[in-house]
Design a protein around this ligand. Structure first.
Ligand code: S3P
Length: 433
């Protein structure tokens, strides 16, 4: 599928975004391990989360689906997963594979985890190593998927993460549920903390002290009933579009407002964006509320490095698009992790945004954008990376002339309904074959 985008002269409205991807994965995995029935409303029906659902069912957990975004999970208890009869297919989802590796390290039967070619290029030793130290047998294929895990009696360990990664942290904490003593993970800087919050809400003992998180072995988890809040990483695309189109205005209610996910809001506010964050409720231990913005009168370049990087790790593609319209030199450092996401996001971003006239330089651990630069419509490629596809589509709204984003079906990996949401706000975006 390709997307055709026309320059936008207006954009306005109130619109919600689908459920948070990270929380959709985690609530399903944890509900599968809980005692009793969990009700997950607002669950994200995106390709990545469907992979988690497939795997959970393959491990013997009964899941009913009264609606596309509503799951009723019959928890099997912490020890109740059954061996799958076939390899567990994680599709393109890194979160599925890495979190499952942690859980399956707690089970004495062997499991095989496989992924599509894109996922099979991403690093898995970063999860395998700490799990081996806990006593699990883990084989990777030269550091990648397919991965084989056989666990059993695990030792609690203290582990210092070499890179800030919520997926690796979560895998170790989940394995820690099955260990013989407390497990501590030390992160270089804080990453998203949904696993910790949810485990706490389900009755596990998880404590944070500075950058160390300690989990105690658990006997059982309580079931969950919640409405999953909107994904701030999806909201970022709508906010960016509103910032860049003169006279625009958007309101996005019901968004997850966890500070470990809002680095991009702080960055854009510091650049001069009139974004407002209004916290309204708490759901499953997470703050939820309204995001609003109008167009930015003027955006100033910014330097991004250090602790803010993991708090906006998924937003760098759209951040780069916004940076093309800021005055001055925007620099991103300490973000080498971008090279091992769904695509090498540093190389892919630089290549595709240059086709549209952006001045962007690539560095080993980040990029530099010189702005403001008028963008021109072009034929650009998603690199089969959903966040790159959506960032390029937003770039198309402010470009001169028509833009085509090739291979845009991957948008459904995280934001089904992106095209419809943009159309509802008044943008001219349409799929073409
Ligand atoms: C995620 C963590 C991040 C993020 C990914 C989702 C999660 O990856 O990029 O989209 O749900 O834990 P890393 O933990 O590898 O940085």
């Amino acid at each position: 599928m390709r997307l055709r985008i026309q320059p936008a002269s207006r954009l306005s409205g109130a619109i919600s975004v689908p459920g948070d991807k990270s929380i959709s994965h985690r609530t399903l995995l944890l509900a599968a391990l809980a005692d009793g029935i969990s009700n997950l409303q607002g669950w994200l029906p995106a390709a990545d989360c469907e992979a988690t659902l497939r795997c959970v069912r393959a491990l013997g957990v009964q899941v009913e689906r009264p609606a596309r975004d509503h799951l009723v999970v019959h928890g099997s208890g912490l020890k109740g997963l059954q061996p799958a009869s076939e390899p567990l297919d994680c599709g393109g989802s890194g979160t599925t594979m890495r979190l499952l590796m942690g859980i399956l390290a707690g089970f004495p039967f062997p499991s095989m985890l496989v992924g599509n070619p894109q996922l099979s290029r991403r690093p898995m030793e970063r999860v395998a190593q700490p799990l081996r130290r806990m006593g699990a047998e883990v084989f990777t294929t030269e550091g990648h998927a397919p991965v084989r895990v056989r666990g059993g009696s695990l030792r609690g360990i203290q582990y210092e993460l070499p890179v800030a990664s919520a997926q690796v942290k979560s895998a170790i904490l989940l394995a820690g549920l099955y260990a013989d003593r407390p497990t501590t993970v030390i992160e270089p800087v804080p990453s998203r903390d949904h696993t910790e919050r949810l485990l706490g809400a389900m009755g596990a003992t998880v404590q944070r002290e500075g950058n160390s998180i300690t989990i105690e072995p658990a006997e059982q988890l309580r079931s969950l009933s919640l409405t999953i809040p909107g994904d701030p990483s999806s909201a970022a695309f709508l906010v960016a579009a509103a910032l860049l189109i003169p006279g625009a205005q958007v309101q996005i209610p019901g968004v997850l407002l966890n500070p470990t996910r809002l680095g991009w809001v702080e960055a854009w506010q510091a650049m001069g964006a009139p974004i407002q964050v209004i916290s309204e409720a708490e759901v499953g231990g997470e703050p939820v509320g309204l995001l609003t913005t109008a167009a930015a009168a003027r955006l100033q370049a910014i330097e991004i490095a250090g602790a803010i990087v993991p708090r906006m790790i998924d937003e760098f593609p759209i951040f780069a698009v916004v940076a093309t319209q800021a005055e001055g030199v925007t620099q991103v450092r300490d973000a080498a992790e971008l090279r091992v996401k769904e695509s090498d996001r540093i190389a892919a971003l630089a290549m595709e945004l240059r086709r549209m006239g952006a001045q962007i330089e690539e560095h080993p651990d980040g990029f530099t954008v010189y702005g403001p630069t008028p963008l021109r419509g072009a034929v650009v490629h998603s690199h089969e990376d959903h966040r790159l596809a959506m960032a390029l589509a937003i770039a198309g709204l402010i470009a001169q002339g028509e833009t085509i984003v090739e291979d845009a079906a991957c948008i459904a990996d995280s934001f089904p309904g992106f095209v419809e949401a943009m159309q509802a706000l008044g943008a001219e975006i349409e799929p073409v074959s």
